[in-house]
Design a protein around this ligand. Structure first.
Ligand code: HPA
Length: 274
């Protein structure tokens, strides 16, 4: 058996015993912008990542490291409070391990959130952007022997972000009176923020915003046929050298927190329709 498959099996068996018969249908990655959602999960069981066999402790700023399982919008959800980032030095197999464990546990949907910088000049700080496609500039997490139990060697990526879920989210946002941008997310390794030339390059290749996560998780979910919805909080915007603007991680976390209520309301209502 593939070593990765053994780690996934062990972690899933451990979590399953903690979940005590609960069967999560929706996996949620509470990146920056969805922190508040954790407080709204009812009958919650919290399991720190460090307790789970094969899981290291998460270290990124603004990110905790817990699974939270409970009820939200009437559905059994399994939320990741914090994620593993490639820039932290974890191998890709670790970055996507929690997603594969959630897949083993039977989720059918994955909802992903993140903080991002905007290249699109019509976006403002505090906007939410529904991800309609991505450009993955991180190493592909499916490199290496294929895990055939999860999906095919060469997965289709035509509709990485589920069209029906996007339509539903757009209607929900319209009903709630929340402005929702749509766009293409570019993922980079980080941990540096972009130079002005890099922002210009990502804009030129068709990107609307840029961040350091999301795509590995989405690729692994789509490999296994999980339906995905992704949303960014725009926490900063592209800028020019000498314009006095500095990209600052504390300000990014602050902006993500400010958007948390808006994003949480959208996700809660979407989940209730699943
Ligand atoms: N670039 C990359 N990652 C980010 C940014 C950014 O501007 N903002 C939040 N995460």
């Amino acid at each position: 058996m593939d070593k990765r498959a053994i780690v996934i099996e062990d972690a899933a068996a451990f979590l399953s015993s903690w979940l005590d018969g609960r069967r999560p249908v929706v996996g949620i990655i509470l990146g920056s912008g969805l922190g508040e959602l954790a407080n709204e999960i009812e009958d919650a069981i919290t399991i720190p990542y460090i307790m789970v066999p094969g899981f290291p402790a998460a270290t990124a700023v603004g990110h905790k490291g817990n699974f939270i399982c409970g009820t939200l919008g009437g559905k059994c959800v399994l939320a990741m409070q914090g994620r593993y980032h490639y820039y932290e030095g974890y191998p890709m197999d670790t970055v996507v391990l929690p997603i594969r464990v959630m897949i083993k546990l039977g989720i059918k949907y994955l909802l992903v959130s993140n903080a991002a910088g905007a290249m699109n000049k019509s976006f403002s700080i505090g906007d939410l952007m529904l991800i309609r496609d991505h450009i993955n500039l991180l190493p592909n997490p499916l490199i290496g022997p294929n895990l055939d139990d999860f999906g095919p060697r060469f997965p289709d990526m035509t509709c990485a972000y589920d069209l029906e879920l996007q339509d539903r989210m757009l209607s929900i946002a319209a009903r709630q009176g929340i402005r929702l941008q749509r766009g293409i997310y570019v993922s980079c390794t980080g941990p540096t923020y972009e130079t002005p030339a890099e922002y210009a390059f990502y804009r030129a290749i068709g990107g609307d915003d840029v961040g350091m996560s999301v795509t590995p998780e989405v690729i692994v979910a789509r490999h296994a046929g999980i339906r995905v919805l992704g949303m960014s909080v725009i926490t900063d915007v592209a800028h020019e050298a000498g314009d006095g603007y500095v990209t600052d991680e504390n300000e990014i976390v602050r902006q993500a927190d400010l958007a948390s209520k808006k994003m949480t309301g959208l996700f809660r209502e979407l989940i209730s329709t699943l």
